[in-house]
Design a protein around this ligand. Structure first.
Ligand SMILES: NC(=O)C1=CN([C@@H]2O[C@H](COP(=O)(O)OP(=O)(O)OC[C@H]3O[C@@H](n4cnc5c(N)ncnc54)[C@H](O)[C@@H]3O)[C@@H](O)[C@H]2O)C=CC1
Ligand SMILES: O=C(O)[C@@H]1CCC=N1
Length: 276
C-alpha cells in the first residue's frame, strides 16, 4: 500500500467522483487514506450521506458548480447502472476528449460510456473489501487511454487493494459475478453457517460469533498463506472425521459446485442484461 500512497500523493488535477454511495464512498475513503489531497477531490451526488458530507471539513468539494470544475482531469463514475443515462447527461459537460473516465458500473460497456459521457474510458469492477484496503479490482482500458491515464487509474484502484488489468472487455460480466458480487456470497456463508449452528442446537449468539470468526479467520489464513485453497481445506479434514462427513454433503453431485456454477451464471447473465 505504500507504493500506492506515493503514487496518489504525487497526482495533480481534480478527481471528481460521481456517486458516493457504498462503493464510491469506499473508494474515496481509500484514496484519502492513501494520501490523495482532499482538496483535489470533488463529489457529485444529489443525496450525500452524512459521512461524505463530513468530508467537506477536510477540503473535499461537495456538488460544486459545473463552471467551477471546468473540464475534469479524472471522473470516476459510481452511480447505479440504472441511473447512468440520466446522470451521464449532466456529467458530459465536465468531460473533454482527454478526460480520464473510470467507471465501476456493473454491466455498463465502454461503448455506452463513450457515447453518454465521452472521454478516455476505463471500465473497472471493484468489490466492497475496498473499504479496508483489501479489495480486488479488474480494469479494462479503452483504446483512447494513454499510458499516463492507465498509471493514474492504477494508482486510484490500488489505493483500495489489488488490481488486475485485462484487455478483453467480454470478461467483465464473469468478473463482476465472481469478485464484484463475491463478497455477498461469503457473507451469506457466514449467515448460513450460523443458522445451521442454531439448527444443530447452539444458542444464536454463540453460533453467530463462531460463524463470523470462522469465515473471517479462514479468509485471513487464505490471504496470508501461500498454500492453495484446496490444501488449506485438506489440512482441516481428518480422514474419517467430522469435516469429511460435512464435505461429503457439500461436495456431492448436487452440492456446492453446481450451486455456485448456477449462481455465477445468473450474475453473469444479469451483468449482460444491464448493458441493454
Ligand atoms: N456495492 C458493490 O459491492 C459494488 C458496486 N459496484 C457498482 O458501483 C455502483 C454504485 O453501487 P453502490 O455504491 O452499491 O450503490 P449506492 O446506491 O450505494 O450508490 C449510488 C450513489 O449514486 C448517487 N446518485 C444517484 N443519482 C446520481 C446522479 N444523478 N449523479 C450523481 N450521483 C447520483 C446516489 O445518491 C448514491 O449515493 C453501481 O454501478 C454498481 O454496479 C461495483 C462493484 C461492487
Ligand atoms: O449487485 C450489483 O449489481 C453490484 C455489482 C457488483 C456488486 N454489486
Amino acid at each position: 500500500m505504500s507504493t500506492s500512497s506515493s503514487a496518489l500523493t504525487n497526482t495533480s488535477g481534480t478527481i471528481a467522483l460521481a456517486g458516493a454511495g457504498k462503493m464510491g464512498g469506499a473508494m474515496l475513503t481509500g484514496w484519502l487514506a492513501q494520501g490523495l489531497a482532499p482538496t483535489q477531490v470533488a463529489v457529485i451526488d444529489p443525496y450525500l450521506s452524512p459521512e461524505i458530507s463530513a468530508l467537506a471539513a477536510k477540503g473535499v468539494r461537495l456538488n460544486p458548480q459545473a463552471k467551477d470544475l471546468g473540464t475534469l482531469d479524472t471522473l470516476v463514475v459510481a452511480v447505479k447502472p440504472q441511473s447512468f443515462r440520466d446522470a451521464g447527461a449532466a456529467l458530459k459537460a465536465l468531460v473533454g476528449p482527454s478526460t480520464l473516465v473510470v467507471s465501476i458500473m456493473a454491466g455498463t460497456t465502454i461503448s455506452a460510456l463513450e457515447e453518454v459521457v465521452g472521454g478516455a474510458v476505463v471500465r473497472a469492477m471493484p468489490n466492497t473489501p475496498a473499504a479496508i484496503g483489501r479489495g480486488i479490482t479488474v480494469a479494462v482500458p479503452s483504446k483512447r487511454v494513454t499510458a499516463a491515464q492507465r498509471a493514474m487509474t492504477d494508482a486510484l484502484l490500488k489505493a483500495t487493494g489489488l488490481v488486475e488489468w485485462v484487455d478483453d472487455e467480454r470478461l467483465m460480466d464473469a468478473v463482476t459475478a465472481v469478485s464484484g458480487s463475491g463478497p455477498a456470497y461469503v457473507f451469506l456463508l457466514a449467515e448460513e453457517l450460523a443458522r445451521a449452528g442454531v439448527a444443530a442446537g447452539l444458542p444464536e449468539q454463540l453460533a453467530t460469533t463462531l460463524a463470523r470468526a470462522t469465515v473471517a479467520g479462514s479468509g485471513e489464513l487464505l490471504h496470508r498463506s501461500d498454500l492453495p485453497s484446496a490444501t488449506l481445506r485438506q489440512n482441516v479434514t481428518s480422514p474419517g472425521g467430522t469435516t469429511a462427513a460435512a464435505l461429503e454433503v457439500l461436495m456431492a453431485n448436487d452440492g456446492m459446485q453446481p450451486l455456485m456454477t448456477r449462481a455465477i451464471a445468473a450474475a453473469t447473465r444479469r451483468s449482460k442484461e444491464l448493458a441493454k
